[in-house]
Design a protein around this ligand. Structure first.
Ligand code: CA
Ligand code: CA
Ligand code: CA
Length: 320
């Protein structure tokens, strides 16, 4: 009876979580093993790239994908801030909120419990640090400023589980709670240990940054995500018209419609009619039988804007 009561109590009492381990994919900041530039200063970009891949549903990263994502993070950051060696928490947050399909904010003086709560909620934390305090035995040089991803924690070992981009041994690298809480410092030129205690909290949901227009093309972040256009490119389909202008005029911002070649099969949303683009005219394909008889495939049909279809002169229907 006593045992039964104890078991019941332990089930009823809210038990604090003791551990969390998010499957954030890992890459070192030197995917090819070269620690020359730009890789030597890539800890911020690599941390952003790992969280981006995580929110993108990846659980691992190939070398090629890792390099692509890190270089893309450099390009996104430089698009806004120009070239720089080290980025503050605020600059990382701005880069993320402008150009990534998720968002972040600066958490000032976060407690251990607050950081753990982020991990319990499935949200990795990007952590700016005073590098030398980490005393990581794998580091070749102890940069004054360093950035890592916190992907989990283990109360029994009083340790954070991290993605430590500064070494190829960085998958599930463990730092004690004390080490991270003490080393947590925002970037300050030449003296990061005097930087404020901040962390970058992340979220897969776009809310606070929904109205941001990072590439200044007239489409907000939420509108770009809805239209499938690039957050860091004002003219996604490179046809000379900005994403926002195309949407406002009813054109498709992801396809250069005016450059579609003869022979393109096309339709617009909300209308089952399929057309063949032929000598600059649109020819209605009369039936499914005709479509199949020509050996065409459904997956070849390009969905274009109603505006574009309507702008093309009618040709003779395809009847056989
Ligand atoms: Ca935009
Ligand atoms: Ca855009
Ligand atoms: Ca365009």
């Amino acid at each position: 009876m006593k045992t039964f009561l104890l078991v019941t109590l332990s089930v009823l009492l809210p038990m604090p979580a003791l551990a969390a381990a998010l499957t954030v994919p890992f890459t070192s900041q030197a995917p090819d093993g070269s620690w020359d530039q730009p890789w030597a200063d890539a800890c911020e970009e690599t941390s952003i790239a790992m969280v981006d891949a995580f929110y993108d549903g990846k659980s691992s990263l190939s070398k090629e994908d890792a390099k692509k994502r890190i270089l893309s993070a450099f390009a996104k950051k430089e698009a806004y801030f120009g070239e720089s060696k080290d980025e503050t928490a605020e600059e990382m947050v701005a880069t993320i909120n402008f150009f990534y399909p998720w968002e972040a904010h600066v958490a000032k003086n976060p407690s251990l419990a607050q950081i753990k709560a982020e991990l319990d909620a499935g949200r990795p934390v990007i952590m700016p640090l005073h590098g030398p305090e980490l005393k990581n035995p794998h580091f070749r040089r102890h940069a004054d400023y360093h950035v890592i991803v916190i992907s989990g924690y283990d109360d029994s070992a009083k340790s954070f589980i991290t993605r430590e981009p500064g070494t190829r041994y960085g998958l599930d690298f463990k730092y004690s709670y004390d080490t991270i809480m003490n080393a947590m410092h925002n970037f300050v030129e030449g003296n990061t240990v005097s930087g404020a205690k901040v962390a970058v909290f992340t979220s897969p949901a776009v809310a606070a940054s929904a109205k941001v227009d990072g590439d200044n093309d007239g489409l907000t972040k939420s509108a770009e995500l809805a239209h499938g256009t690039a957050l860091d490119n004002a003219d996604t389909d490179a046809d000379g018209f900005a994403d926002g202008a195309e949407v406002a005029a009813g054109y498709m911002p992801t396809i250069n419609e005016t450059a579609l070649p003869d022979g393109t099969l096309m339709k617009h949303e909300g209308d089952p009619k399929v057309y063949l683009l032929d000598l600059g005219k649109k020819r209605h394909i009369l039936s499914e039988v005709v479509f199949m008889a020509n050996g065409w495939q459904w997956k070849s049909i390009v969905v274009v804007s109603k505006r574009f279809i309507e702008s093309i002169a009618n040709g003779i229907a395809v009847t056989k």
